[in-house]
Design a protein around this ligand. Structure first.
Ligand code: CP
Length: 358
Protein backbone atom coordinates (compact mmCIF):
# COMPACT_ATOMS: atom_id res chain seq x y z
CA UNK A 1 0.00 0.00 0.00
CA UNK A 2 1.31 3.46 -0.96
CA UNK A 3 2.18 5.74 1.95
CA UNK A 4 2.46 9.53 2.08
CA UNK A 5 5.58 9.07 4.21
CA UNK A 6 7.31 7.44 1.25
CA UNK A 7 6.84 10.20 -1.30
CA UNK A 8 8.02 13.82 -1.35
CA UNK A 9 5.51 16.64 -1.67
CA UNK A 10 6.62 17.71 -5.16
CA UNK A 11 6.36 14.17 -6.51
CA UNK A 12 3.02 13.53 -4.80
CA UNK A 13 1.44 16.82 -5.87
CA UNK A 14 2.31 16.12 -9.52
CA UNK A 15 0.50 12.74 -9.58
CA UNK A 16 -2.90 12.35 -11.29
CA UNK A 17 -5.75 12.44 -8.76
CA UNK A 18 -6.68 8.79 -9.36
CA UNK A 19 -3.09 7.78 -8.49
CA UNK A 20 -3.07 9.99 -5.40
CA UNK A 21 -6.05 8.06 -4.10
CA UNK A 22 -3.86 5.09 -3.16
CA UNK A 23 -1.84 7.30 -0.81
CA UNK A 24 -4.90 8.57 1.00
CA UNK A 25 -6.71 5.39 2.01
CA UNK A 26 -6.75 3.90 5.49
CA UNK A 27 -3.77 1.69 6.29
CA UNK A 28 -6.15 -0.96 7.67
CA UNK A 29 -7.06 -1.98 4.11
CA UNK A 30 -10.83 -1.49 4.18
CA UNK A 31 -10.59 0.92 1.22
CA UNK A 32 -12.09 3.84 3.12
CA UNK A 33 -10.32 7.19 2.94
CA UNK A 34 -8.00 8.36 5.71
CA UNK A 35 -7.67 11.86 4.27
CA UNK A 36 -10.71 12.96 2.19
CA UNK A 37 -9.52 15.54 -0.31
CA UNK A 38 -11.27 15.10 -3.67
CA UNK A 39 -14.02 13.19 -5.45
CA UNK A 40 -11.57 10.96 -7.33
CA UNK A 41 -11.10 8.97 -4.09
CA UNK A 42 -14.58 7.46 -4.38
CA UNK A 43 -15.62 4.63 -6.66
CA UNK A 44 -19.06 3.11 -6.85
CA UNK A 45 -18.44 0.44 -4.24
CA UNK A 46 -17.24 3.04 -1.74
CA UNK A 47 -20.18 5.34 -2.51
CA UNK A 48 -22.64 2.51 -1.97
CA UNK A 49 -20.96 1.51 1.30
CA UNK A 50 -21.03 5.10 2.58
CA UNK A 51 -24.67 5.59 1.61
CA UNK A 52 -25.58 2.31 3.33
CA UNK A 53 -23.71 3.48 6.44
CA UNK A 54 -25.49 6.85 6.34
CA UNK A 55 -28.85 5.04 6.11
CA UNK A 56 -27.84 2.85 9.04
CA UNK A 57 -26.79 5.84 11.21
CA UNK A 58 -30.01 7.65 10.28
CA UNK A 59 -32.05 4.60 11.34
CA UNK A 60 -30.13 3.93 14.57
CA UNK A 61 -30.42 7.58 15.58
CA UNK A 62 -34.23 7.39 15.53
CA UNK A 63 -34.46 5.72 18.94
CA UNK A 64 -33.06 7.18 22.16
CA UNK A 65 -31.15 3.96 22.84
CA UNK A 66 -29.69 4.01 19.35
CA UNK A 67 -28.73 7.68 19.55
CA UNK A 68 -27.03 7.08 22.89
CA UNK A 69 -25.12 4.12 21.40
CA UNK A 70 -23.93 6.28 18.47
CA UNK A 71 -22.69 8.87 20.93
CA UNK A 72 -20.33 6.29 22.42
CA UNK A 73 -18.77 5.32 19.07
CA UNK A 74 -16.23 8.16 18.92
CA UNK A 75 -16.64 9.71 22.36
CA UNK A 76 -12.87 9.43 22.81
CA UNK A 77 -12.13 11.60 19.73
CA UNK A 78 -11.91 15.34 19.11
CA UNK A 79 -12.33 17.16 15.79
CA UNK A 80 -11.23 20.62 14.74
CA UNK A 81 -13.40 22.61 12.34
CA UNK A 82 -11.09 25.09 10.64
CA UNK A 83 -13.17 27.21 8.27
CA UNK A 84 -11.43 30.24 6.81
CA UNK A 85 -14.28 30.80 4.33
CA UNK A 86 -17.93 31.46 5.22
CA UNK A 87 -20.22 28.45 5.63
CA UNK A 88 -23.57 27.57 7.19
CA UNK A 89 -24.41 24.06 6.00
CA UNK A 90 -20.99 22.46 5.70
CA UNK A 91 -19.86 23.79 9.07
CA UNK A 92 -23.06 22.95 10.93
CA UNK A 93 -23.66 19.56 9.33
CA UNK A 94 -20.10 18.46 10.15
CA UNK A 95 -20.60 19.78 13.67
CA UNK A 96 -23.91 17.90 13.99
CA UNK A 97 -22.31 14.75 12.48
CA UNK A 98 -19.57 14.91 15.12
CA UNK A 99 -22.19 15.35 17.84
CA UNK A 100 -24.13 12.30 16.61
CA UNK A 101 -20.95 10.22 16.97
CA UNK A 102 -20.02 11.71 20.36
CA UNK A 103 -16.99 13.61 19.02
CA UNK A 104 -15.99 16.76 20.90
CA UNK A 105 -15.30 19.70 18.59
CA UNK A 106 -13.35 22.95 18.49
CA UNK A 107 -13.43 25.58 15.78
CA UNK A 108 -11.73 28.51 14.13
CA UNK A 109 -14.03 30.28 11.70
CA UNK A 110 -11.94 33.33 10.99
CA UNK A 111 -8.15 33.33 10.73
CA UNK A 112 -8.23 36.84 12.22
CA UNK A 113 -9.17 35.23 15.55
CA UNK A 114 -6.29 32.72 15.46
CA UNK A 115 -2.54 33.24 15.63
CA UNK A 116 -2.48 33.44 11.81
CA UNK A 117 -3.33 37.08 12.53
CA UNK A 118 0.07 37.32 14.24
CA UNK A 119 1.83 35.91 11.21
CA UNK A 120 1.69 32.17 11.90
CA UNK A 121 1.75 30.15 8.69
CA UNK A 122 -1.15 27.88 7.76
CA UNK A 123 1.24 24.92 8.04
CA UNK A 124 2.05 25.85 11.64
CA UNK A 125 -1.63 26.50 12.41
CA UNK A 126 -2.57 23.02 11.23
CA UNK A 127 0.29 21.45 13.19
CA UNK A 128 -1.09 23.30 16.21
CA UNK A 129 -4.60 21.93 15.66
CA UNK A 130 -3.23 18.40 15.27
CA UNK A 131 -1.65 18.70 18.70
CA UNK A 132 -5.09 18.93 20.30
CA UNK A 133 -7.47 17.20 17.89
CA UNK A 134 -7.79 13.82 16.14
CA UNK A 135 -9.26 15.09 12.84
CA UNK A 136 -9.20 18.43 11.01
CA UNK A 137 -12.22 19.40 8.92
CA UNK A 138 -11.12 22.37 6.85
CA UNK A 139 -12.51 24.86 4.32
CA UNK A 140 -10.18 27.24 2.57
CA UNK A 141 -10.28 29.64 -0.39
CA UNK A 142 -6.91 28.15 -1.38
CA UNK A 143 -6.98 25.31 -3.91
CA UNK A 144 -4.65 22.50 -2.87
CA UNK A 145 -4.18 23.62 0.74
CA UNK A 146 -6.01 20.64 2.22
CA UNK A 147 -3.87 18.29 0.12
CA UNK A 148 -0.65 19.99 1.23
CA UNK A 149 -1.75 19.84 4.87
CA UNK A 150 -2.61 16.15 4.54
CA UNK A 151 0.90 15.46 3.25
CA UNK A 152 2.45 17.63 5.99
CA UNK A 153 0.52 15.94 8.77
CA UNK A 154 1.14 12.43 7.47
CA UNK A 155 4.84 13.28 7.57
CA UNK A 156 4.64 14.74 11.09
CA UNK A 157 4.92 12.93 14.42
CA UNK A 158 1.15 13.39 14.93
CA UNK A 159 -0.68 12.45 11.76
CA UNK A 160 -4.42 13.09 11.87
CA UNK A 161 -6.93 12.85 9.00
CA UNK A 162 -7.84 15.93 6.98
CA UNK A 163 -11.34 16.27 5.60
CA UNK A 164 -11.71 18.82 2.79
CA UNK A 165 -14.88 20.86 3.37
CA UNK A 166 -14.33 23.00 0.27
CA UNK A 167 -11.07 24.05 -1.39
CA UNK A 168 -11.11 27.21 -3.50
CA UNK A 169 -12.94 26.83 -6.81
CA UNK A 170 -11.62 23.30 -7.04
CA UNK A 171 -13.40 20.59 -5.03
CA UNK A 172 -16.09 20.04 -2.41
CA UNK A 173 -16.03 16.25 -2.03
CA UNK A 174 -18.37 15.91 0.94
CA UNK A 175 -20.98 18.07 -0.83
CA UNK A 176 -20.74 15.70 -3.79
CA UNK A 177 -21.18 12.75 -1.42
CA UNK A 178 -24.38 14.25 -0.05
CA UNK A 179 -25.57 15.03 -3.58
CA UNK A 180 -25.05 11.39 -4.57
CA UNK A 181 -26.73 10.24 -1.36
CA UNK A 182 -29.72 12.46 -2.19
CA UNK A 183 -29.91 11.11 -5.74
CA UNK A 184 -29.64 7.53 -4.46
CA UNK A 185 -32.50 8.11 -2.04
CA UNK A 186 -34.58 9.99 -4.61
CA UNK A 187 -34.32 7.14 -7.14
CA UNK A 188 -34.07 4.26 -4.64
CA UNK A 189 -37.37 2.66 -5.64
CA UNK A 190 -37.20 3.87 -9.26
CA UNK A 191 -34.17 2.03 -10.62
CA UNK A 192 -31.36 4.07 -9.08
CA UNK A 193 -28.97 6.59 -10.63
CA UNK A 194 -27.86 4.51 -13.66
CA UNK A 195 -29.24 5.77 -16.96
CA UNK A 196 -30.31 9.16 -15.58
CA UNK A 197 -29.80 12.60 -17.10
CA UNK A 198 -28.41 15.21 -14.71
CA UNK A 199 -28.63 18.87 -15.74
CA UNK A 200 -26.22 21.33 -14.08
CA UNK A 201 -27.18 25.02 -14.34
CA UNK A 202 -25.70 28.33 -13.22
CA UNK A 203 -22.13 29.31 -12.47
CA UNK A 204 -20.47 26.11 -13.60
CA UNK A 205 -17.08 27.75 -14.01
CA UNK A 206 -16.46 28.52 -10.36
CA UNK A 207 -18.76 26.03 -8.61
CA UNK A 208 -16.55 23.50 -6.84
CA UNK A 209 -19.56 21.31 -6.10
CA UNK A 210 -20.12 20.86 -9.84
CA UNK A 211 -16.59 19.56 -10.48
CA UNK A 212 -16.84 17.07 -7.58
CA UNK A 213 -20.36 15.85 -8.39
CA UNK A 214 -19.69 15.59 -12.12
CA UNK A 215 -16.82 13.24 -11.31
CA UNK A 216 -18.80 11.12 -8.83
CA UNK A 217 -21.55 10.64 -11.40
CA UNK A 218 -19.03 9.01 -13.74
CA UNK A 219 -19.10 6.04 -11.35
CA UNK A 220 -22.62 5.24 -12.55
CA UNK A 221 -23.63 3.61 -15.83
CA UNK A 222 -24.96 5.70 -18.72
CA UNK A 223 -25.49 8.92 -16.79
CA UNK A 224 -25.79 11.81 -19.23
CA UNK A 225 -24.51 15.16 -17.95
CA UNK A 226 -25.92 18.38 -19.44
CA UNK A 227 -24.35 21.73 -18.55
CA UNK A 228 -26.42 24.91 -18.93
CA UNK A 229 -24.74 28.27 -18.36
CA UNK A 230 -24.03 31.65 -19.88
CA UNK A 231 -20.93 31.39 -22.11
CA UNK A 232 -18.83 33.34 -19.57
CA UNK A 233 -19.60 30.83 -16.79
CA UNK A 234 -19.59 27.53 -18.64
CA UNK A 235 -18.15 24.35 -17.22
CA UNK A 236 -14.33 24.35 -17.20
CA UNK A 237 -12.23 22.40 -19.68
CA UNK A 238 -10.82 19.97 -17.10
CA UNK A 239 -14.33 18.74 -16.25
CA UNK A 240 -15.12 18.25 -19.94
CA UNK A 241 -11.80 16.45 -20.51
CA UNK A 242 -12.57 14.07 -17.64
CA UNK A 243 -15.96 13.24 -19.14
CA UNK A 244 -14.45 12.73 -22.60
CA UNK A 245 -11.75 10.47 -21.14
CA UNK A 246 -14.37 8.32 -19.46
CA UNK A 247 -16.66 8.19 -22.50
CA UNK A 248 -19.49 9.95 -20.66
CA UNK A 249 -22.37 11.33 -22.73
CA UNK A 250 -22.42 15.09 -22.08
CA UNK A 251 -23.56 18.38 -23.65
CA UNK A 252 -22.87 22.08 -23.11
CA UNK A 253 -26.01 24.08 -23.88
CA UNK A 254 -27.57 27.48 -23.24
CA UNK A 255 -31.30 26.74 -22.96
CA UNK A 256 -32.43 25.66 -19.49
CA UNK A 257 -36.03 24.93 -20.48
CA UNK A 258 -35.01 22.53 -23.26
CA UNK A 259 -32.59 20.81 -20.83
CA UNK A 260 -35.21 20.51 -18.09
CA UNK A 261 -37.46 18.50 -20.42
CA UNK A 262 -34.92 15.67 -20.55
CA UNK A 263 -33.73 15.98 -16.93
CA UNK A 264 -34.13 13.41 -14.18
CA UNK A 265 -32.27 15.78 -11.86
CA UNK A 266 -31.66 19.52 -12.19
CA UNK A 267 -28.72 20.78 -10.13
CA UNK A 268 -29.00 24.57 -9.78
CA UNK A 269 -26.08 26.69 -8.55
CA UNK A 270 -25.71 30.33 -7.60
CA UNK A 271 -23.47 32.88 -9.28
CA UNK A 272 -20.23 32.79 -7.29
CA UNK A 273 -19.41 36.48 -7.49
CA UNK A 274 -17.03 36.29 -4.54
CA UNK A 275 -14.51 35.04 -7.14
CA UNK A 276 -14.98 38.01 -9.51
CA UNK A 277 -11.66 39.37 -10.72
CA UNK A 278 -13.12 42.87 -10.82
CA UNK A 279 -15.95 44.23 -8.72
CA UNK A 280 -19.34 43.73 -10.38
CA UNK A 281 -18.03 41.49 -13.19
CA UNK A 282 -20.69 38.82 -12.64
CA UNK A 283 -23.45 41.42 -12.45
CA UNK A 284 -22.69 42.37 -16.06
CA UNK A 285 -23.44 38.80 -17.24
CA UNK A 286 -27.01 38.12 -18.33
CA UNK A 287 -28.07 35.27 -16.06
CA UNK A 288 -31.82 35.81 -16.41
CA UNK A 289 -32.31 32.62 -18.48
CA UNK A 290 -30.54 30.45 -15.91
CA UNK A 291 -33.13 30.48 -13.17
CA UNK A 292 -35.63 27.77 -12.20
CA UNK A 293 -39.20 28.93 -11.62
CA UNK A 294 -42.80 27.91 -12.16
CA UNK A 295 -42.38 27.51 -15.92
CA UNK A 296 -39.37 25.21 -15.57
CA UNK A 297 -41.17 23.27 -12.84
CA UNK A 298 -44.04 22.65 -15.25
CA UNK A 299 -41.57 21.10 -17.73
CA UNK A 300 -39.88 18.78 -15.19
CA UNK A 301 -40.75 15.06 -15.31
CA UNK A 302 -43.20 13.91 -12.59
CA UNK A 303 -40.41 11.95 -10.86
CA UNK A 304 -37.63 14.44 -11.62
CA UNK A 305 -35.83 16.18 -8.73
CA UNK A 306 -34.40 19.64 -8.14
CA UNK A 307 -31.13 19.92 -6.23
CA UNK A 308 -29.03 22.88 -5.12
CA UNK A 309 -25.95 22.82 -2.91
CA UNK A 310 -27.26 26.09 -1.37
CA UNK A 311 -27.08 28.88 -0.42
CA UNK A 312 -29.40 30.16 -3.13
CA UNK A 313 -30.17 33.66 -4.19
CA UNK A 314 -32.88 33.90 -6.84
CA UNK A 315 -31.90 30.98 -9.07
CA UNK A 316 -34.73 28.82 -7.69
CA UNK A 317 -38.01 30.66 -7.15
CA UNK A 318 -39.52 30.10 -3.72
CA UNK A 319 -42.76 28.97 -5.41
CA UNK A 320 -40.90 25.66 -6.09
CA UNK A 321 -40.05 25.05 -2.44
CA UNK A 322 -43.11 22.99 -1.54
CA UNK A 323 -43.15 20.89 -4.68
CA UNK A 324 -42.37 17.23 -3.80
CA UNK A 325 -39.62 17.30 -6.44
CA UNK A 326 -37.70 20.03 -4.57
CA UNK A 327 -34.99 18.03 -2.83
CA UNK A 328 -32.72 20.85 -1.67
CA UNK A 329 -33.99 20.89 1.91
CA UNK A 330 -33.61 17.12 2.26
CA UNK A 331 -30.24 17.38 0.54
CA UNK A 332 -29.06 19.66 3.36
CA UNK A 333 -30.09 17.20 6.08
CA UNK A 334 -28.67 14.29 4.06
CA UNK A 335 -25.34 16.08 4.43
CA UNK A 336 -25.37 15.46 8.15
CA UNK A 337 -25.94 11.71 7.75
CA UNK A 338 -23.39 11.11 5.00
CA UNK A 339 -20.79 13.21 6.83
CA UNK A 340 -21.42 11.19 9.98
CA UNK A 341 -20.90 8.06 7.86
CA UNK A 342 -17.66 9.38 6.36
CA UNK A 343 -16.26 10.42 9.75
CA UNK A 344 -17.19 7.07 11.32
CA UNK A 345 -15.59 5.21 8.40
CA UNK A 346 -12.47 7.39 8.55
CA UNK A 347 -11.99 6.22 12.13
CA UNK A 348 -12.66 2.59 11.19
CA UNK A 349 -16.17 2.16 12.61
CA UNK A 350 -18.05 1.16 9.47
CA UNK A 351 -18.49 -2.52 10.35
CA UNK A 352 -19.20 -1.91 14.04
CA UNK A 353 -22.08 0.43 13.18
CA UNK A 354 -23.41 -1.69 10.31
CA UNK A 355 -23.41 -4.81 12.49
CA UNK A 356 -24.57 -3.32 15.81
CA UNK A 357 -27.82 -4.62 17.26
CA UNK A 358 -29.83 -1.38 16.91
N1 CP B 1 -23.22 23.88 0.18
C1 CP B 1 -22.40 24.57 0.98
O1 CP B 1 -21.16 24.38 0.93
O2 CP B 1 -23.00 25.44 1.83
P1 CP B 1 -22.28 26.36 2.89
O3 CP B 1 -21.39 27.31 2.15
O4 CP B 1 -23.38 27.03 3.66
O5 CP B 1 -21.44 25.46 3.77
Amino acid sequence: MAKLTEIGWDEFSALPLETKRGYLTRAEGDGMPYHTLFAQQFDRELLERLCALANRIRFINKSKEGALYLKTVLAHRRAMLYFSQPSSRTFLSHLAACQILGITTGSVRDAATSSEFKGETKEDSIRTFSSYFDMIIMRSPEQGLAEKMAWELSNSDRPVPILNAGSGKDQHPTQALLDIYTLMRSFETKGGIDGRTVVFCGDLLRGRTVRSLSYLLTNFRDVRQVFVAPPELHVPEDVVETLKGKGVDYALVGDLREAVKEADAVYMTRIQDEWDSSKGASARIDTSRFKFGAEELALLKPDGVILHPLPRRDEIATCCDHDPRAMYWRQMRNGMWIRAALIAATFGHERAIMDCGY
